[in-house]
Design a protein around this ligand. Sequence first.
Ligand code: ADP
Ligand code: MG
Length: 511
Amino acid sequence: MANEKNCIISLQGVSKVFDGTTVVDEISLDITKGEFVTILGPSGCGKSTTLRMLGGFEMPDKGTILLNGQDITKIPPYLRPINTVFQRYALFPYLDVYDNVAFGLKLKKIPYEKVDRKGNKVTKMRHLTASEIDKKVARALKIVDLEELENRDISTLSGGQQQRVAIARAIVNEPEILLLDEPLGALDLKMRKEMQLELKEMHKKLGITFIYVTHDQEEALTMSDTIVVMKSGEIQQIGTPKEIYNEPVNAYVANFIGESNIYNATMAGKYKVRFLNHVFECVDDFPTNEKVDVVIRPEDVILKKHKKDETEKVCQGVIANKIFKGVHFEYVVMVGKNEIIVQDTKEREVEDIVTIDVDPDNIHIMKKDVTVNTYSDAWINKENKVMISEDPFDCDITQLLPDSHIDEEGYLVSKDGKKYDLNDADVIASVGLNDIEIIDGYDNGQSNGEIVSIIYKGDHYQVMVRTEEEEDFIVDTLYSWNENDMVSVSIKAKDIKLVLKGDISKYEIKD
Ligand code: ADP
Ligand code: MG
């Protein structure tokens, strides 16, 4: 991490709002001199906007940007010692390689000292001489490995070569910081891999700070000293590639970085966590019954051949798919309805029964901040109720199709008169934590359960009600309940959000 002395750029609570939407939300970030920093996140998360604020092309609505400790928030782009390489290289097609790179230098003026007639020293501005320009261009072209091509027309170059010209043009001004906004996005995979290594080399040779933007996690992992993971305008995690990969702070980061197995899990006791219908030993200690996310890397799953006379309780699965990946096999193993992706060097066959083990150190547990109850195995019954945990809940199925209504036979009818029979349709149902009512005693609501945990959240309780089918309702409530209370839950039809799995057309009644 940057300290005050070697920190070149500091973003302090920087926000940007477009049309009333906050696209960069109070981000703070210190970048060390000479570092290769990558801002990583999905499309639309605010990466380019952040970079454009660093470059001076966009003004923050809130916050401060410091360069070497000086406030540059309001300084225009051309006065910042920062250059940008964009995805679309924007070269001049009618100039050759040399002139494209030299273009900025020909306009540039530098200060020099002169003695005037009265014998006083004065500072004047002058253009660079042809030989000065020559030297700088040659150096830049050498760094991007294009010395031989300086007289070529831009249009005769490959995409990779053109992008190198764009980089040469940016570094010829000897900026302290180079901003690169998905500079390899327009290249094919092979070219991109090559350029990744070359950029890394260039970074070493130049010794300047690179701030790189990409949505490609592999690119970020191979190139960066530091990765900044962004989501919806907010920084999720800052760390070395190793830290981000091995210690993701939440399921979002884990999911974004590399292939992972992620499960909803529940703490089953001290250093014990339950998922895949099995209790695993782990090294994290969270309160019993706390909902957590578990992340397991495919390379950390240990498969063993299932022995028939095995007495101790094991986690057992069956191999559903096998792909050879060069150095290892990748298997999809089904454990009940859950799948787990496994990398293993030993060859196994589809339909083999295996036991699954994970070293406690390799079970990464992250506290879950549940914001909504999601039931992804829900379905609609013939009374147009939604089945959650084997119990019917009243709901509004017209939300599955805009401007629809239900006719007297119970079919869903679209505004142009098409009829749909949603009996048995699979849906994802979600319910807010504030939208579930807990009622004392069994059979007073729509579903019954037992209170398995109560967490005090400062101004309310978060209570978990578990049904016999092991479905959980998480409820924010002002009332304090007791563990093991037998209760019912009730949800208003309007508070159940439904999303259909698959297309509605398959439920259309054609007569
Ligand atoms: P990323 O580079 O991560 O894909 P951007 O920073 O380009 O994301 O955009 C973040 C969000 O801000 C997007 O929703 C985008 O549509 C919006 N946005 C970006 N620039 C503008 C602009 N000039 N005017 C309005 N909205 C913008
Ligand atoms: Mg972008």
